[in-house]
Design a protein around this ligand. Structure first.
Ligand SMILES: [Zn+2]
Ligand SMILES: [Zn+2]
Length: 227
């Protein structure tokens, strides 16, 4: 038997990074999103559907978020996004797969669709960070990956520079789905869910194309601080 490759832990530089590239103590210290949460949007609740989902239900039916978007996960994701640590896609995909497979409210999924990136931005960046994770998760879970049915047809400014109201306005009509998704259960994969405006708009587009069930699988969810 070959010895397991010794990987350096990306966080503490110990030689115990193992297959994931993050050592056990550092893994334990990550900002896992394990608080009781709204099954629909992933925000903290008593475990039932939250008030805002009841008042204005989003177009997606469920959310699975691996981490809260806090240190050091925020830094890891920023590195990952700019391709400095592309192998992190494996780590994120493995951890998110485990979380979804262990979930008590997992749903049968027919297709995985990564958050589409506009062609102009794809050219600038060279890769779609959501697609890389979605591809690996499709392999892990034996679910068909679909990154072609749905396109981002409008170029929008980076969402981080916008207020919530501006985000919702700027994201309207951004996606186009060229194929029928009649009767399909779909999981959307994205790196960070902030307000959920993009995922909501994408879910809306997929439902208009016939999708029955749409859920969000995200690496990290921005959670409002309790103070
Ligand atoms: Zn470590
Ligand atoms: Zn909710």
């Amino acid at each position: 038997m070959l010895p397991l490759p010794k990987q350096i832990c990306i966080l503490c530089a110990s030689h115990e990074g193992g297959e994931l590239g993050i050592c056990k103590p550092c893994l334990n210290d990550l900002s896992w999103h394990s608080s009781p949460q709204c099954p629909q949007c992933g925000l903290i609740s008593d475990g039932s559907i939250c008030g805002s989902c009841l008042k204005a239900p989003p177009s997606f039916d469920a959310t699975h978020a691996l981490f809260s978007y806090d240190y050091p996960v925020d830094k890891l994701l920023q590195h990952y996004k700019y391709k400095e640590t592309l192998h992190l896609a494996n780590t994120f995909a493995a951890l998110l797969t485990n979380k979804i497979q262990a979930s008590t409210h997992s749903h049968k999924i027919d297709r995985i669709i990564p958050m589409p990136m506009h062609a102009t931005r794809l050219k600038q960046r060279g890769f779609n960070q959501a697609l890389e994770v979605a591809r690996l998760m499709g392999n892990n879970m034996q679910i068909k990956l679909d990154y072609q049915s749905c396109q981002r047809i409008k170029y929008t400014p980076p969402q981080a520079s916008l207020s919530l109201k501006e985000r919702i306005k700027s994201i309207r009509g951004v996606f186009n789905c060229a194929q029928s998704l009649q009767g399909l259960n779909i999981a959307l994969v994205d790196d960070v869910m902030t307000t959920g405006a993009s995922l909501n708009e994408l879910a809306k587009t997929l439902k208009q194309a016939g999708a029955t069930h749409v859920e969000c699988w995200v690496i990290a969810r921005t959670l409002p601080k309790p103070y």
